[in-house]
Design a protein around this ligand. Sequence first.
Ligand code: FAD
Length: 254
Amino acid sequence: MEPNAGSDAAGIETRAEKRGNKWVLNGNKHFISNRANADVVMVMAKTDKAKGAAGVTAFIVEKGTPGFSVAQRQLTMAGPPEGQAELVFEDCEIPEENIIGGVGLGFKAAMASLDEGRVHVGAMSLGAAKRLLEMSVNYSKQRVQFGKPIAAFQAIQFMLAEMATEIYAAEQMVYNTAWRIDNGESLPTESAMVKLFASEMVGRVADKAVQIHGGMGYMAELPVERIYREVRVLRILEGTNEIQKLVISRSLLK
Ligand SMILES: Cc1cc2nc3c(=O)[nH]c(=O)nc-3n(C[C@H](O)[C@H](O)[C@H](O)COP(=O)(O)OP(=O)(O)OC[C@H]3O[C@@H](n4cnc5c(N)ncnc54)[C@H](O)[C@@H]3O)c2cc1C
């Protein structure tokens, strides 16, 4: 994404201009993940200003290409220690063969990968939630207050039951949708539902996990507080949850 184009992905300002048999990229990207390991990056740029999404083209840019640099690390609430990156393209020359798909087809290609990406976020949410539940069950059996394990208190039992129920619902959604995509279906609405439900679900589960662990849930000594911070971004990545609701409601109202 770019500083001025996040949810409005077609509003990117990075330009690619044809000069001879090369394309010249100018612009900035930010919040980019995994740049520490990347030998190549895929960059969306406007090749036709007059067109919206249809004027966006995808380019492959290799590490070390003159004009391509990493401007700064952007540290996050919980992400990897190296953080996200801001990428800068200044008169960065790219050969024609580095175009993915074709001129003007970048946005379409990016949209086509969204179904899988959103189910992937659902699966990440599910995995984190299961781990939090497992830790909460174990802790509630071990932690003794008022002469009994806290698992004996109905308040704790109910939180565990709610966590498990939401996890079960998300699991069905993730697995069913992944299976249908694997079998060739295009499922933009269902993928948005999976992303929306599962990422909200893990937020609620993480909150209950902290509560069940009491003060220990807040301490860096246990992984609960780290996971609580890590899962927050799942409501923002891969299209914010407000954008998922737009996708879902548009399909209902079209
Ligand atoms: C840790 C992390 C890693 C990331 N990795 C990458 C990456 O590798 N590559 C990449 O390209 N991007 C990456 N991103 C960017 C991510 O995709 C964007 O942050 C996300 O799409 C939201 O854009 P934004 O941050 O500009 O928020 P904005 O679009 O400015 O949104 C701000 C708020 O307004 C709401 N909003 C916006 N438009 C509407 C609307 N039409 N209706 C209702 N509400 C609306 C949003 O839901 C949100 O609540 C990453 C972000 C983070 C935090």
